[in-house]
Design a protein around this ligand. Structure first.
Ligand code: ARG
Length: 481
């Protein structure tokens, strides 16, 4: 949105409540003007409620709503003249309404405070931000799901401690990232539901002596309902803290996916082929193709974690109810949302462009030592207690030169039978790992089907969220009665 910010001066003097020698310090417009859309929609719902309960006449309410819609059109086209001397987005819009409508404009703030107003704007913003992040999470999940389907049966080494541990399939490994993201999606839906409560009508902290009805504005804006306690309504910032945590954990998940792409792209491992979509080149070394996107995805997590810590530090020890410290709550949330959206988008392009070298993955997974646990389980199936089987295979492998084939094993311990040769094949080993949630190609197929079901549920919850968000658009655009 293009905006012009004027410094001191403009049409009409600033109201006394924002006039102070420290106005530059108190100024929040550069941060909160991005809430204009939500601020105007909230005001429209508010004046309509004032009309419904008879505090304003129908005509007054209609004229105010239309005046607010006109202001929103100017904000959208960038012709709205923002004034920094008016401190914040709320006062800018109210002053302009009064400029346009005269004394009627000054009625918009009846039975309202900037304290319940900002809490409302934040919740309206957050609903949209959460839905936007969820949309992007889903895109990355679909990219991972595509890749997983393409490589459902491809063997690769699974790791613990970054050491080759047991064979898995590439599809299985990629789906591990899918499920993390599905929890992130769910967590954000939970946060959406808790944020979806209207604080409007709490006033400064103690409601109003006028006969307002907070349930009416709550309904008009698509909230599940109004607040229960006016003091809590103006001081609660749980919705921001909760979403910031969800974003920080999501960023941590993305950093871990990023780290794996970096490892896979290194020449030492080379599980993926170098591709332009991974990042950019080096300004000095012509041969370089760096996995910049994945590296930066790793790096952004630190920043988003910082945003969470910043907000929690602001909230710590605040007495009830509203305190001006709370003005510092917005910047970390806006930053985290922006960074996470950017990371998701870039990482989705990178993941979609990953070209795996299946032959190399299979060669790495064919390291016979990776089947040591299979050998121990083979002995178990022949009646050897597990601990003893583990010791036996361990002793065999203690010789670094031991070739792990059927003959050597049989010579080492006669409890290994003729059929042990069949154990030493990676694909056969994978096929045996068919229990629920396991890595066998068959089990991965079943897992992919469940992942598609989850995608359906996520789409459904996105459509539910969109219903609330659409009400905001309708208030801003639809002809007011
Ligand atoms: N700029 C304030 C904030 O972001 C808005 C509420 C101001 N309330 C007040 N009484 N000064 O929290």
């Amino acid at each position: 949105m293009a905006v012009t910010v004027e410094s001191k001066g403009g049409a009409g003097p600033a109201p006394s409540y924002v006039t102070t020698p420290a106005w530059r310090f108190l100024l929040s417009l550069p941060v909160d003007r991005r809430l204009a859309r939500h601020d105007v929609a909230g005001s429209i719902a508010h004046v309509q409620m004032l009309g419904d309960v008879g505090i304003l006449t129908r005509e007054e309410a209609g004229a105010l709503a239309r005046g607010l819609q006109r202001i929103y059109r100017d904000i959208e086209t960038g012709s709205f003249r923002w004034r920094e001397d008016l401190e914040d987005v709320h006062t800018n819009i109210e002053a302009r309404l009064t400029e346009d409508l005269g004394p009627l404009g000054a009625k918009v703030h009846t039975a309202r405070s900037r304290n319940d107003q900002i809490a409302l704007d934040e919740r309206l913003y957050l609903r949209e931000a959460v839905a936007g992040v969820q949309q992007e999470i889903l895109r990355l999940q679909l990219a991972l799901l595509d890749l997983a389907e393409a490589h459902a049966a491809a063997p690769m080494p699974g790791y613990t401690h970054l050491q080759r541990a047991q064979p898995v399939t590439l599809g299985h490994h990629l789906l591990a990232h899918f499920w993390r993201l599905s929890r992130d999606h769910r967590r954000l839906s939970d946060a959406f539901d808790r944020a979806n409560v209207s604080p409007l009508g709490a006033g400064a902290l103690a409601g109003s002596t006028l006969p307002i009805d907070p349930a009416i504005t709550a309904r008009a804006l698509g909230f599940a309902g109004p607040f229960e306690n006016s003091i809590d309504a103006v001081s609660d910032r749980d919705y921001f803290a909760e979403v910031l945590f969800d974003l920080a954990l999501l960023a941590v998940h993305l950093s871990s996916l990023g780290e794996e792409v970096v490892l896979w792209a290194s020449q030492e491992i080379a599980f993926v082929r170098p591709a332009a979509a991974l990042g950019s080149g080096s300004s000095l070394m012509p041969q370089k193709r760096n996995p910049d996107v994945a590296e930066l995805a790793r790096g952004k997590a630190g920043r988003v974690i910082g945003d969470l810590v910043s907000l929690l530090a602001t909230l710590k020890s605040l007495p009830l109810a509203y305190n001006r410290d709370l003005q510092e709550d917005k910047a970390p949330v806006f930053d985290a949302v922006e960074q996470v959206l950017g990371t998701l988008d870039a990482l989705t392009s990178t993941v979609s462009a990953l070209e795996f070298d299946e032959a190399r993955l299979e060669a790495a997974a064919s390291d016979p030592r990776i089947l040591a646990a299979d050998l121990a389980e083979y002995l178990v199936s022949r009646g050897v207690p597990f601990r003893e089987a583990h010791e036996t295979v361990g002793r065999f492998l203690a010789d670094p030169d031991a070739t792990m084939d059927a003959n050597a094993l049989r010579n080492f311990d006669p409890r290994f039978g003729e059929d042990v040769a069949a154990i030493l094949d990676v694909k056969a080993s994978l096929a045996r790992r068919g229990t629920h949630g396991g890595p066998s190609p068959q089990a991965v197929k079943a897992q992919i089907a469940r992942a598609h079901d989850v995608v359906g549920l996520e789409r459904y919850s996105l459509s539910k969220h969109a219903e609330s968000v659409e009400l905001v658009d309708r208030l801003l655009k639809e002809e007011a009665p």
